[in-house]
Design a protein around this ligand. Structure first.
Ligand code: AMP
Length: 201
């Protein structure tokens, strides 16, 4: 089963796609994570674009992703988290793989802004927290592994607004061609997870 998870920043698509991938034994492929892990001379260029909340060029992201999509380790299927983000990427994707379902997690911009401004990530294990609604008892320390919790560099108000603007302008519309399944992302993480699974099996 090949899936796409989409939704505005802060919708929980990252958290949910990791959870669903684990349950259904699929590869989790996050374009954002792949970009954050790029090493070498491209890193500075990519970081500059990401920090401002803009999209990196299509050819670059596609080059990074293509190998992973066709990797034999993902022959059971995959969940694409954060890709495609515009019509060009969607067209390129459809040329190389078949997509079975698209899960679109819907939240309001107000909710997105609140969630992202409180988002903290563990530098060691990548666990995601929201200090506005569930500040860990350990303060700025991850309860799972003891790593330090930090804000992502692009989780500042200016960049968040830019990312939401791009989402509405370039990303949202492309999922009508994929017939996406809309999930209310403003419920608790467990309820969202259950309704995604119900729609997949
Ligand atoms: P995310 O982790 O999905 O929130 O993505 C973080 C940032 O990575 C985005 O704001 C973009 O700068 C970049 N990015 C992630 N996925 C893509 C994509 N499919 N196309 C272009 N840029 C992307």
């Amino acid at each position: 089963m090949n899936l796409i998870f989409t939704g505005p920043q802060g919708s929980g698509k990252g958290t949910q796609s990791i959870r669903v991938a684990r349950k259904l034994k699929l590869c989790h492929i996050s374009s954002g994570d792949m970009l954050r892990n790029v090493k070498g001379r491209l890193k500075i260029k990519i970081n500059n674009i990401m920090d401002k909340g803009n999209l990196v060029p299509d050819n670059l992201i596609f080059k990074i992703l293509k190998e992973k999509l066709l990797d034999s380790k993902c022959k059971n299927g995959f969940i694409l988290d954060g890709f495609p983000r515009n019509i060009n990427q969607a067209k390129a994707l459809r040329k190389i793989v078949n997509i079975d379902k698209v899960i679109e997690i819907v939240i309001s911009d107000k909710e997105a802004l609140e969630r992202i401004s409180g988002r903290r990530i563990c530098v060691k294990c990548g666990a995601i927290y929201n200090i506005n609604n569930s500040r860990p008892k350990t303060g700025n320390i991850c309860v799972k592994c003891g790593g330090k919790l930090i804000s992502r560099k692009d989780d500042n108000i200016k960049s968040i607004k830019k990312r939401l603007e791009i989402y509405h302008k370039e990303t949202e519309g492309i999922f009508t061609i994929f017939n996406s399944i809309k999930i209310n992302g403003e419920k608790s993480a467990d309820i969202v997870f259950k309704s995604i699974i119900k729609n997949l099996i």
